[in-house]
Write a protein that binds this ligand. Structure first.
Ligand code: FPP
Length: 232
């Protein structure tokens, strides 16, 4: 959906390039992820300041469990610290914080922090930050199908979307992948059917407000046709 100002309602990011950012500086990969969190803070502020209501971030895929154990534990710690530290800011700024994903590999303590983050922020009315953690687009679809089967329900496309983990979110208008690769990597497969895709060579820790604004400007010029014939 596009507002009168040409802004998207929902922007999503595949935050790629943290490892290479660290490698270029001869640092361990987990310091690249730590710097990635600094970029999350910076870009989230810019997104919500511009009046965009939904920001969704791909932080850890169902396939990322294959990474070395210390990198995985580093990412889990980053998420825990993020939840503990940032809640007061989200409450103050009216941002609802959702963590979506399977949660199967997460500790009970982390699951509790995730529930607590949503409970404390759910009344926010300025914006919605959704972090996809242990998330896979295919797993999301398969779980939704299984729920429909269990309920004995035949559904249409819109009803099916209500069974996905993103049930409370609109589809993303824009999906940006940083880090130079041109793939979707099992992100929001059902939800991004009509998203505008932007691929940036910038490594996520270097992603800037200026580049965000360039993408938003390009989006404002886009003729979204959703399969129709559009304005021209
Ligand atoms: C991809 O870069 C990035 C990830 C797999 C993790 C992204 C996670 C964060 C930015 C922090 C998550 C934490 C919170 C609190 C939300 P890569 O490691 O694949 O980089 P590379 O392609 O350069 O190796």
């Amino acid at each position: 959906m596009r507002s009168d100002t040409g802004l998207p309602n929902h922007i999503a990011f595949i935050m790629d390039g943290n490892g290479r950012w660290a490698k270029k500086r001869l640092l361990p990969r987990k310091l690249g992820h730590r710097e990635g969190v600094v970029t999350i803070d910076r870009i989230a502020d810019c997104v919500f300041d511009r009046g965009i209501k939904y920001l969704t971030l791909f932080a850890f895929s169902t396939e990322n469990w294959k990474r070395p154990a210390d990198e995985v534990s580093g990412l889990l710690s980053l998420l825990s610290n993020y939840l503990v530290k940032k809640i007061p800011k989200f409450v103050k700024n009216g941002i609802v914080l959702r963590i979506i994903g399977s949660a199967r590999g997460l500790s009970d303590e982390l699951k509790e922090l995730i529930r607590d983050a949503y409970e404390k922020t759910k009344r926010g009315d300025k914006g919605n930050l959704t972090v996809c953690f242990d998330y896979g687009g295919r797993a999301d679809i398969v779980e939704a199908v299984n729920k429909c089967v269990e309920e004995g329900k035949k559904v249409n496309e819109e009803e099916f979307a209500g069974y996905l983990q993103t049930a409370d979110l609109p589809d993303p208008d824009i999906v940006v992948r940083t880090g130079g690769e041109h793939r979707i990597s099992n992100f929001l497969l059902y939800q991004m059917a009509y998203s505008e895709l932007y691929f940036s060579d910038t490594l996520w820790p270097d992603f800037s407000e200026k580049e965000l604004d360039e993408i938003l400007a390009a989006y404002a010029r886009t003729d979204r046709r959703f399969g129709g014939i559009g304005k021209n």
